[in-house]
Design a protein around this ligand. Structure first.
Ligand code: ADP
Length: 730
């Protein structure tokens, strides 16, 4: 620990000006002159009589006076015996003086001269009843008076005979003896007394200063020693410092042990020698120092190299070192050999991957094995229920319907299990496309309606007008909505309601927000935190919750966050729950941002190329569409043109759109390339590709952002016009 006084003194001296200003409103230990209040311990150390003894004795001998040291209350800290006769004479009488002044004849009182000296800060001369004279000089450090030195028992004048006799009597000394002594002493002139007082004061002041510095130095030395012992004692960490350019300026034993360089050979070398060659080539050390310079600190994990060329994995912490004026002086670097930890982490990671791989293999195997019989059971049950194999009795119908319900549930569980494995193995992929929430919701509602009707639950949907498309995977949005609505139906008693809504997310027009509200059992605050966890099921939801696996919300949250949205809920137990989730709005400007660059837009126009293909055979449509997209991708330039995503609304006639940042000549080249490649692809010419181009001018006067917004809006309206035109010509 830094000694209290030292710490306080350092604070003022070391802080850079900015920090001092910041602390200026705080209660300060320093007064307005910046002087730090001395602690009681420091005061006691400064007035340690042992230390003062020599100098006081010397003064006493030279000046032939008795000398003593007191604290600022005038209480005696120690005195120097002087072989002068008066002192000897009075000594035996002074046995019971206690803490009183040894010079004043009045018993038991602190020295009055000291009190005056402390109060006035000046040299004070007093004469006592015995005619003895004392000089008190205050000892001050800055503005603080610590105590005083008194020199005394000098005869100022010969004592009055009467007085002498009274004193001698009081103290049991023979008046003659006292007189004899007095006579031997030469009376001291007042001016001489003051001069010797000033001398004593100067002496005291100089010694006090010297002592103060010595104490501080000693404490600083102790702190430095402690720090050195600490740095040297740390053997498992390499601790070293460098100058501002990375050259080593200190090197502890730990560094020697870890890196193999002796202090003498590494001092002055750049510390980059501890990095592997490839890191030296890409200037990894400089990069880390620069990073530390920027933020004051840098942490780095990577390979490091010992003198023996052996590599080890290290954690490196770099901190900047500043001098008292705040000037940058270099860096302190702490390194830890984390090879063992890294090995364990790698083994663990490997084990986790292996576990996930096995789990995935097992689950996909099991689910495929389950799926096949389940599909067969589902198929035959539906056929039987539909009356394909003859009429059913009411009882038979009821039981088979129940069987179908359970099979459906099993099928859902199997796909949830597969999804979970995909989440854990990071294989959950999304096929983003501009998606209509209205369309997806109406599809989901029609499938969920059967369950709702069975419980007499009302299903409503409410959409804000003119909602834009979202950038999402429609199959996944369907899955999320189905899960939320199915949960609503599951946890809502008969004759309840469920309503699904979609609107903009508050003021934020970059996201749409969907909500699914039910009038069911609700979820208490504690459970609201956990229901999104894997395998979470709430006991209070009752028996009904057992029909799931507790995976639906976990998967939904994962899917939503992969789309860039989030999911949350409002609920009151007994009053139903509302689940909300957001999805990003599809923005053509964002989709094409990579081609809407300065040079591309500065050309003054972009071209929208539409490619209509017809008669795509049903059944294999998806495959063919995918292949056509690949052909089109090959016909365009990646940094200049963009193939717009499919809208998912395609009928047998499908349109693909390309935004080409090129002039009409360039776009006709693209068109002829597309025509040739599509004809090659479809030998039987069933595709009948028709290509049209629309030139869209880029207004020059606008800012880049406005240009992009306007071009994107014009492309969108051209796309709409084209699709509407196609609709009319059907
Ligand atoms: P499960 O397949 O079990 O329904 P989910 O992850 O979809 O799994 O839901 C987890 C749990 O959250 C449910 O078991 C249920 O306890 C609770 N829960 C989900 N939705 C609702 C809701 N609309 N009302 C009440 N509780 C719900």
């Amino acid at each position: 620990m830094i000694p209290e006084a030292l710490g306080r003194l350092d604070l003022g001296a070391r802080l850079p000006p900015v920090m001092s200003t910041r602390f200026s409103n705080q209660p300060s230990l320093a007064d307005e002159d910046g002087e730090v209040e001395l602690s009681a311990k420091m005061r006691a150390d400064l007035l340690d009589f042992e230390a003062w003894g020599e100098i006081l004795k010397m003064y006493g001998r030279t000046m032939r006076v008795a000398v003593a040291l007191t604290d600022s209350d005038g209480l005696l800290l120690g005195k120097c015996h002087n072989p002068q006769p008066v002192w000897n004479l009075l000594r035996h009488a002074a046995a019971d003086w206690g803490t009183g002044c040894p010079f004043c004849i009045t018993k038991g009182l602190p020295c009055a001269a000291v009190a005056d000296a402390v109060r006035t800060g000046a040299v004070v001369v007093v004469h006592d009843q015995a005619g003895l004279t004392h000089v008190a000089v205050p000892l001050t450090l800055g503005h603080q008076t610590l105590g005083a030195i008194i020199a005394g028992q000098v005869f100022y004048r010969y004592p009055e005979p009467l007085l002498l006799r009274r004193i001698a009597k009081n103290f049991g000394i023979s008046a003659q003896d006292l007189w004899d002594v007095a006579k031997k002493e030469r009376p001291v002139a007042g001016t001489l007394l003051l001069a010797s007082g000033d001398l004593l004061r100067a002496l005291g002041h100089a010694f006090l200063q010297q002592r103060h510095s010595a104490i501080l130095e000693e404490k600083l030395g102790e702190t430095n020693d402690r720090f050195r012992w600490l740095a040297e004692g740390v053997r498992d960490y390499a601790l070293f410092t460098t100058d501002t350019t990375g050259r080593v300026t200190s090197w502890n034993v730990g560094a020697e042990r870890m890196l193999g360089y002796a202090q003498a050979e590494i001092m002055g070398q750049n510390f980059s020698c501890i990095f592997p060659t490839e890191d030296i080539q890409r200037r990894a050390a400089e990069t880390q120092l620069r990073k530390a310079l920027g933020t004051g600190r840098a942490e780095y994990e990577g390979w490091s190299i010992r003198r023996t060329q052996e590599q080890f994995w290290a954690n490196i912490n770099i901190t900047t070192l500043s001098g008292s004026e705040g000037a940058m002086q270099g860096f302190a670097i702490i390194m830890q050999d984390t090879t063992e930890r890294k090995k364990i982490a790698l083994v663990l990671e490997e084990a986790q991957h292996e576990r996930a791989r096995l789990q995935e293999k097992f689950l996909s195997h099991v689910s495929h094995e389950l799926r096949t019989p389940l599909t067969a059971i589902y198929f035959f049950t539906t056929n039987v229920l539909d009356g394909v194999f003859g009429d059913l009795t009411t009882e038979q119908h009821k039981h088979l319907a129940l069987a179908l319900e359970n099979v459906t549930q099993l099928k859902d569980m199997v796909s949830d299990l597969l999804d979970i494995t995909r989440v854990e193995t990071h294989k959950l992929t999304l096929a983003h496309q501009p998606t209509s929430l209205v369309k997806v919701t109406s599809e989901v509602l029609s499938t969920c309606r059967t369950n709702a009707v069975a419980k007499n639950i009302q299903l409503h949907a409410d959409f804000a007008p003119n909602l834009p498309l979202v950038w999402a995977d429609p199959a996944r949005v369907r899955q999320i909505l189905t899960n939320l609505i199915d949960n609503g139906v599951k946890f809502t008693p008969d004759s309840g309601t469920i309503s699904v809504k979609a609107k903009f997310f508050g003021e934020d027009h970059d996201f749409l927000c969907m909500s699914v509200a039910d009038s069911g059992c609700g979820i208490n605050a504690e459970n609201r935190e956990i229901i999104f966890d894997r395998l979470a099921q709430v006991k209070s939801s009752g028996e009904v919750s057992r029909s799931g696996l507790g995976l639906g919300l976990f998967i939904s949250r994962e899917l939503i966050s992969r789309h860039g949205g989030r999911i949350w809920l409002d609920s009151r137990p007994g009053h139903g729950s509302t689940f909300y989730f957001t999805l990003p709005v599809f923005s053509l400007a964002k989709y094409c941002s990579h081609i809407f660059s300065g040079p591309n837009l500065d050309a003054g126009s972009v071209t929208l190329i539409s490619i209509d293909v017809a008669e795509v055979k049903r059944g294999i449509q998806a495959d063919i569409l995918q292949e056509i997209r690949q052909i089109l991708e090959r016909c365009i330039h990646a940094g200049q043109d963009a193939l717009l995503p499919a809208t998912g609304d395609d009928g047998p006639r499908v349109t693909f759109f390309i935004v080409a940042c090129t002039d009409p000549k360039g776009s006709s080249l693209i068109a002829s390339r597309i025509l040739r490649d599509l004809q090659n692809f479809d030998k039987a010419s069933h595709l009948k590709p028709q290509i049209t181009s629309t030139t869209i001018l880029v207004a020059r006067s606008q800012s880049r952002e406005e240009q992009i917004r306007e071009v994107a809006a014009r492309i969108e309206s051209s796309v709409q016009e084209h699709l509407l035109g196609k609709e009319r010509n059907k």
